[in-house]
Design a protein around this ligand. Structure first.
Ligand code: GLN
Length: 314
């Protein structure tokens, strides 16, 4: 393993430059206007191991918003707040095969609960399950949890991205009102308040090091590798990692499982959080996306790394 680390350190910069070429095949997300300002040809990566060693390459300093990556950790907080039964009464456990913001199956399949917590409809329901007296308290609890996981007390959400999404989220708004009509969001729930929590956690600003560190806690079964504190019960980490394999890369999760075979979660700002179980936490940023909403260069780099170092779990 030590020799793998040394090889990785040596080979990563060249591999990254090779994968960067894939950025030209993608486009930066524009449906949230503020995301369109991201540098399309950027690619960066940070890898951290359980001893706390770190390797970085490319544009690893770039700041960006978590977007859908945050859904893995709001799911974990919702599980810690409500238990498995409470959560899975409201969201399912199956991939959809549809786009992440699709409404299709909500009407098509009874009982109208979202198929899983990583599509937008599912994550909006998860936002409604986070404990807190009001939206501000819920957001504060999410931030406090994420700060511990990322080991950075200054973590916060990006106001410009939050407001940009809030202004333009017609589709998410329609999903949420549909869920309210289906009574998946209870009668006493204010839809706009739930959406506000959702937009804010999607707008949490991070860099590759934060992602790698958040992944490392999952790699280590929920235990902070440095303090030894249990931050997440192991059972819930197991659930989150399973969802990352089956749904983490949207409707390209099957393809990614075949090519890379490691748990991962992408977001439309171009971030990917990935982990090599028992070994590494990985954060990647590459803002240019393919049609399914995953970073073109980021996916290419993770697939090449996994194949070169035999990381697939399968
Ligand atoms: N796929 C994503 O990253 C989607 C998150 C984004 N905030 C949205 O709701 O559309």
């Amino acid at each position: 393993m030590n020799s793998e680390w040394a090889k990785l350190e040596q080979q990563l910069p060249a591999m990254l430059e090779e994968s960067r070429k894939q950025a030209a095949k993608g486009n930066v997300a524009e449906y949230i206007p503020e995301l369109a300002f991201a540098p399309a040809d950027a690619l960066g990566i940070t890898v951290i191991d359980l001893q706390g060693r770190m390797i970085t390459a490319g544009d690893c300093r770039l700041s960006f918003t978590m977007q859908s990556i945050s859904k893995v950790y709001t799911l974990l907080l919702a599980l810690m707040d409500n238990g498995e039964e409470g959560v899975f009464a409201k969201v399912g456990k199956e991939p959809t095969g549809d786009d992440f913001n699709s409404m299709l199956k909500l009407e098509l399949v009874e009982p109208g609960i979202p198929f899983n917590p990583l599509i937008n409809a599912g994550a909006i329901v998860i936002s409604s399950l986070i404990h807190g007296a009001d939206p501000d308290e819920k957001v504060e609890r999410i931030l406090a949890f994420f700060r511990k996981l990322a080991d950075d007390p200054s973590l916060s959400y990006n106001k410009d991205v939050y407001l940009s999404e809030k202004r333009t989220a017609h589709r998410n708004r329609s999903l949420a009102y549909f869920l309210k009509d289906n009574e998946v969001l209870d009668e006493d729930i204010d839809v706009e308040e739930v959406l506000d929590v959702y937009f804010k956690h999607c707008s949490i600003e991070i860099n590759c090091r934060h992602l790698a560190r958040m992944a490392l806690v999952l790699t280590n079964d929920g235990v902070d590798p440095h303090t030894g504190e249990e931050l997440i019960p192991r059972r819930y980490v197991q659930i989150a990692k399973t969802f990352m394999i089956s749904c983490g890369m949207y409707n390209a999760s099957g393809e990614f499982a075949i090519q890379a075979g490691i748990p991962a979660k992408s977001g439309v700002a171009g971030g990917i959080l990935a982990l090599v179980p028992g070994r590494y936490g990985i954060g990647v940023i590459g803002p240019a996306l393919n049609k399914k909403g995953n970073s073109t260069a980021g996916v290419d780099l993770l697939e090449k790394l996994s194949q070169a170092y035999d990381w697939s779990m399968f």
